[in-house]
Design a protein around this ligand. Sequence first.
Ligand code: 13P
Length: 255
Amino acid sequence: MRKKIVAGNWKMNMDLTEGAELVNEIFKGLPVLSEDKQVVIAPPYLHLTQTASQLTGMIDVQLGAQNCHSEASGAYTGEVSASMLKSAEVAYVIIGHSERREYFKEDSTTLGKKVNQVLSNDMKVIFCCGEPLDIRDAGTQNTYVEGQIKEGLFHLPESQLANVVLAYEPIWAIGTGRTATSAQAQDMHAHIRSVIAAQYGGDAAANMTILYGGSCKPSNAAELFACTDVDGGLIGGASLKAADFLGIIEAMADL
Ligand code: 13P
């Protein structure tokens, strides 16, 4: 049975004090989760060791990072490698977020290398895909997202796919307050699952966790998570307020 996950992507927010307080607040309100459910907190790099020590002994809540470099080590000033993240007890690394693709010009070749770095360091990938508004308006979103998945992931053997989580984040819904409807999310998630099935077979597709991201909040999480092919969420803005993030975790806990 595939895992359900609620992951908080803090993006470039929170200083160390604010981050520690947020994690404490989340702990205070955390519901009991069944074994097939998982929370991930992905703070900025600077927070990782602090957050890791706060998460010591927690099984339900795992540490995530928002990025890593595509090479193993070397003269890349300012960058952080996958093995460094592993040594900081990171379990999940977000790769291919639309903000990385857009602002940092990360292309599919780079993303494929990053995926390999994460997997070869025994961490899990949260691989993001999602179309901009003009593609949605043109009705070609399925082909667009399929291309992102093929280019970023299809070099992997099936044995490694179990360590990949997909996150569908329509760019027009990120931070805009404009959420995909549950029908739009379900349609795309079903399409993504069929793309995985065509390449890797039905079992791999059935076991793949596919998260929705884009203005997910306590008021819409339950409806989105109720969709057959939506296995949780990758949360931006609402992961920065304990009450909101907990509300979304509750929606997953109730499934
Ligand atoms: P928002 O939840 O702020 O729309 O961000 C979604 C996102 O980009 C998570 O990675």
